[in-house]
Design a protein around this ligand. Structure first.
Ligand code: FES
Ligand SMILES: [Fe+2]
Length: 350
């Protein structure tokens, strides 16, 4: 997809837009994860959210998320290094410290530094091992981050998978995560059973943040090749909580009151690039190496990659008449209906 360059001056909008302006403003009201907290140091890290290039760095306890463009001549700060007093721009050495404030202009050491030289910063906080950012709210606004069941529970172990970059729209990815009819077809090498294709009916309930879905079936979630740990006829409950627009948590109820919660937080870097973050918590297998859990979950996401990166159209058709639906699409129909109600275009992120 071609991006459209914004040629009128608007410091709030990214220069290259892959979204319509209306969808961009609606999307930019929400919080999204932009990095793993454990990856962020005092040295600058580059990323992107809703087409906006961002730089992330730390100054002591201060987390700075700013537009990745020097206010002087637009060079990315992420090219520079932090010398301990701030990130130094590669072009003329301007240095940016806590709160993104410019604290040095080497060419004019005696000049008072005007406001115009400070970085444009954004609201950001750490939660679930991730850095979350909002491009439009005031920096001290109360953050509204999706809830993750059991994350604070001391009986549970918390882990954060490495992020996965996908070349698709976040809406298509999220819809794939809540789709219960594809397990047998797409996940035969991880947890799906090619002989277990029929989908029992299930329910969805609208909530203040989106909707919940409860799906009970005989599809297990242990890695294939393992038995179901002595419980052959076990009925698995998958409880989904979907927070619009692009986050869902799935609580899987295993045998013996074991539970695993996985958050699928799809972060829209652009209309066709998504960074997927997946914090997980579980109250079993807590002594096993976390790398095994990362590996298993990343293998599942890799199985999904082929599907989400090839679906056509690439956008999410919110007008239900544009694709065919069957009963087990109940969640995806609800998802599209509610996004439409939020005001997103019928051809979402075309
Ligand atoms: S462009 Fe950054 S210091 Fe000039
Ligand atoms: Fe999947």
């Amino acid at each position: 997809m071609n991006s459209k360059a914004i040629t009128t001056f608007n410091p709030d909008l990214p220069i290259h837009m892959t979204f319509s302006e209306q969808d961009w403003y609606l999307l930019a009201q929400h919080w999204y994860p932009i990095a793993l907290a454990r990856d962020i140091t005092e040295q600058p890290t580059a990323t992107k959210l809703l087409d906006m290039p961002l730089v992330i760095y730390k100054m002591a306890d201060d987390l700075v998320v700013a537009k990745d463009a020097c206010p002087h001549r637009g060079v990315p700060l992420s090219l520079g290094l932090n010398d301990g007093l701030g990130v130094v721009c590669r072009y003329h050495g301007l240095r940016f410290g806590g709160n993104g404030k410019c604290n040095r202009i080497p060419a004019h050491p005696q000049h008072k530094i005007s406001e115009r030289f400070h970085l444009k910063t954004y609201a950001a906080i750490e939660k679930y091992g991730l850095i979350w950012c909002n491009l439009t709210v005031n920096k001290d606004a109360l953050p509204t981050i999706p809830q993750m069941p059991y994350w604070e529970d001391s009986d549970f172990q918390q882990l954060v998978c490495p992020s996965v970059e996908l070349y698709c729209f976040a809406g298509r990815q999220l819809e794939g995560f809540i789709d219960v009819a594809h397990f047998a077809w797409v996940h035969p090498d991880t947890f799906g059973d090619p002989d277990n294709v029929e989908v029992p009916d299930y329910t969805t309930t609208e909530t203040s943040y989106g909707f919940d879905a409860d799906y009970v079936s005989s599809v297990g979630r242990y890695p294939i090749g393992m038995d179901q740990r002595g419980q052959e006829d076990f009925q698995w409950l998958r409880h989904f909580e979907i927070t619009l627009p692009f986050t869902a948590t799935l609580t899987i109820h295993f045998p013996n009151a074991s539970k695993q919660v996985i958050m699928n937080a799809a972060s829209p870097m652009s209309a066709r690039e998504t960074r997927l973050f997946a914090p997980i918590c579980r109250n079993y297998d807590k002594d096993l190496p976390v790398e095994d859990a990362y590996k298993f979950n990343l293998a599942i996401f890799e199985e999904d990659r082929l599907i989400v990166e090839t679906q056509k159209p690439e956008y999410l058709p919110l007008d239900l008449s544009m694709e065919a639906h069957f009963p087990s699409d109940r969640s995806s129909s609800m998802y599209r209906k509610l996004l439409r109600k939020m005001g997103f275009s019928p051809i979402f992120a075309a």
